[in-house]
Design a protein around this ligand. Structure first.
Ligand code: 1GP
Length: 280
């Protein structure tokens, strides 16, 4: 709240993400992990991603063995014009040079360090570096694999057959005033978040969903958007293929986003009366 009682407006990166949702129906984000790629290769992938339709880049990791995080953020920022957003695993990942940081709280866990401890350490750094903080509720969802984030966070993922648990957590994120819910299977998950869970959560809350972890095919990304996701994130698959699939992912996400938006705008009466169209 500002001194005159007005809400503080959303920052430029948040506004840009909202514009992506308005214009394309859904957005595509690529995760760059400085721990798994050399800075040069990371910058090449960032550049390729921008050329082939990515809407923003995330830089993050669950663990850092290499001392190159800050260098990677700065180098990527210099090379691309899409927003560069830090997706932190802990407060060490708050470095200068990015456009924004997802101010995450791992709501699906009960580990106070990741609910609020790291955030208290990170907040003054975010302010000093002038980063835009975007509050995001983070939910870890079982991806059929023990992922690094599960181990490092010492939290249990939400079971795949329990959409009600995900719904309640996502609504808590909304009531906390968070701008997005990130449902993540963790990097390298075996399976993407279940489509039924994505649909149930997206119908239940009003804030956009970001879905990542274990998405390896553009068709999977399209299905997830069709089920209601606002943004889809991929990481691993592009590290493995050198970014060849970026364009296919971006098209699948944007096509499904536009189709979903068009279906929403279609008057309900046409949906029930036009032959060949099912009532949704
Ligand atoms: C992990 O959602 C991201 O936090 C990306 O996951 O590397 O499995 O695509 P993948």
């Amino acid at each position: 709240m500002q001194p005159d009682g007005r809400e503080k407006p959303a920052g430029p990166v948040d506004r840009r993400l909202r514009r992506v949702l308005e214009e394309k129906g859904a957005g595509y984000l690529v995760l760059l992990d400085p721990d798994r790629m050399e800075v040069g290769a990371l910058v090449d992938l960032a550049h390729r991603s921008e050329e082939h339709g990515v809407d923003a880049l995330l830089v993050g990791s669950s663990l850092t063995l290499k001392p190159t995080f800050a260098e990677a953020v700065a180098a990527v920022r210099e090379r691309v014009s899409v927003p560069v957003i830090i997706f932190p695993g802990n407060a060490f990942h708050v470095v200068p040079g990015a456009d924004a940081v997802f101010f995450l709280s791992l709501l699906s866990g009960r580990n106070p360090q990741l609910l609020v401890g790291e955030q208290v350490k990170a907040a003054p750094l975010i302010k000093s570096y002038g980063l835009e903080a975007i509050p995001v509720g983070y939910l870890l969802v079982d991806s059929g694999e023990r992922t690094s984030v599960e181990f490092m966070s010492a939290t249990m993922p939400i079971p795949r057959d329990k959409p009600d648990i995900a719904m309640a957590h996502a609504l808590a994120a909304q009531y906390f005033g968070m701008r997005y819910v990130f449902m993540d299977g963790g990097s390298g998950g075996r399976m993407p978040a279940p489509v039924d869970m994505v649909r149930a959560v997206s119908e239940y809350v009003e804030i956009p969903l970001i879905i990542g972890g274990g998405i390896r095919l553009p068709e999977e990304a399209g299905r997830i958007v069709g089920a209601g996701a606002g943004f889809v994130v991929t990481g691993n698959v592009l590290e493995e293929d050198g970014g060849r699939l970026v364009r296919d992912f971006a098209e699948a996400v944007h096509d499904a986003g536009r189709a979903r938006a068009a279906a929403r705008e279609e008057p309900a009466i046409e949906r029930v009366t036009q032959p060949g169209k099912s009532f949704r």
